[in-house]
Design a protein around this ligand. Structure first.
Ligand code: C2E
Ligand code: MG
Ligand code: MG
Ligand code: MG
Length: 282
């Protein structure tokens, strides 16, 4: 069997392609079941202020507790869920659960500056007409101030899309913060920074990985932090694993950092412990 592609180009439909397609069909069906049976869970990764190491925020990251395969990382199912649109239902759960947890943390630590909780939102979610209403309903349900929530969007999700833009403006109007995630990886248009109503930039991990004072990564990282400062956005460096990276990125002007140096993504109880320790010593 063959499949038509482009102008008169034919590609053999191989067994390998067939296997890949049916594996994906299985995954899609299992995801439907996962949504129905609520097989997802959220872990949280600390985001710290680089100047003093204070825990100021966390990012929620989804895990799929698959009945047979165990914990499945998001990279294995989020891209598929984005293609099928299942991300909309999954994302609705994520949003509600993150708001519930954020409200719980503000009850456990009354009087302390609230931890801001980050929620990743994919392109199809931004184009879902119900997103803004879902967000405000989740905030209201748990009595969470909008300032306690940061929505993380990637450049590709918002590039040249009027509806996404309008949604982001409406989310900002609710009082949420908006972060531009994985900054620098997509075919980034700097023009996006002129119109996109974000409040922070998250420098992608790929710039941090092999950063040294002399390399290109440092030059790009510096430009991004200076741009963020000039635009009055805050800046976060992702994927910090070593003290050298932390010190360098702090010197290059990053306000916040996130990475295995402090913690991998962990269950919420662990964040509660870290927070308690931070508040006592700070
Ligand atoms: P992201 O939003 O850029 O999240 C950061 C990813 O980098 C996380 O991977 C985190 O575990 C990983 N990371 C953090 N620090 C380090 C480090 O020091 N070294 C290394 N090697 N990795 C680090 P994770 O949890 O596998 O998530 C991958 C991506 O899946 C996320 O990237 C995000 O795009 C997507 N995702 C995760 N949860 C959700 C969700 O609830 N909704 C949506 N729509 N997407 C999600
Ligand atoms: Mg993120
Ligand atoms: Mg990221
Ligand atoms: Mg990423």
């Amino acid at each position: 069997e063959a499949k038509r592609r482009g102008k008169g180009m034919w590609v053999a439909y191989t067994d390998e392609m067939g296997a890949r397609i049916s594996a994906e069909a299985v995954l899609i069906r299992e995801l439907d079941q996962a949504i129905e049976e609520n097989q997802f869970t959220l872990v949280y990764q600390p985001i710290v202020r680089l100047s003093d190491g204070t825990l100021t925020a966390v990012e929620s990251l989804i895990r799929w507790n698959h009945p047979v395969r165990g914990l499945v990382p998001p990279t294995e199912f989020i891209p598929v869920a984005e293609r099928t649109g299942q991300i909309v239902a999954i994302g609705r759960w994520v949003l509600r659960e993150a708001c519930r947890q954020a409200a719980e943390w503000s009850r456990v630590f009354p009087g302390a500056v609230p931890l801001s909780v980050g929620v990743n939102v994919a392109g199809p979610q931004l184009r879902d007409a119900n997103l803004v209403a879902d967000v405000s309903a989740a905030l209201a349900e748990f009595g969470l101030p909008a300032a306690g929530l940061t929505i993380e969007v990637t450049e590709t999700a918002v590039l040249d899309d009027e509806q996404s833009h309008a949604t982001m403006v409406a989310l900002r109007a609710l009082g949420l913060k908006l972060a531009l995630d994985d900054f620098g990886t997509a075919a980034s248009s700097l023009g996006l920074l002129l119109t996109c109503p974000v409040t922070s930039l998250k420098l992608d991990r790929s710039f941090v990985e092999s950063i040294t004072t002399v390399g290109r990564q440092a030059a790009v990282a510096t430009a991004v932090s200076q741009m963020a400062a000039a635009l009055e956005f805050s800046s976060v460096a992702e994927g910090i694993e070593t003290e050298e990276q932390r010190d360098l990125l702090c010197r290059l002007g990053y306000e916040y950092g996130q990475g295995y140096l402090w913690s991998r993504p962990v269950p919420p109880d662990r964040i509660t412990e870290l927070r308690a320790r931070d508040l006592v010593s700070g």
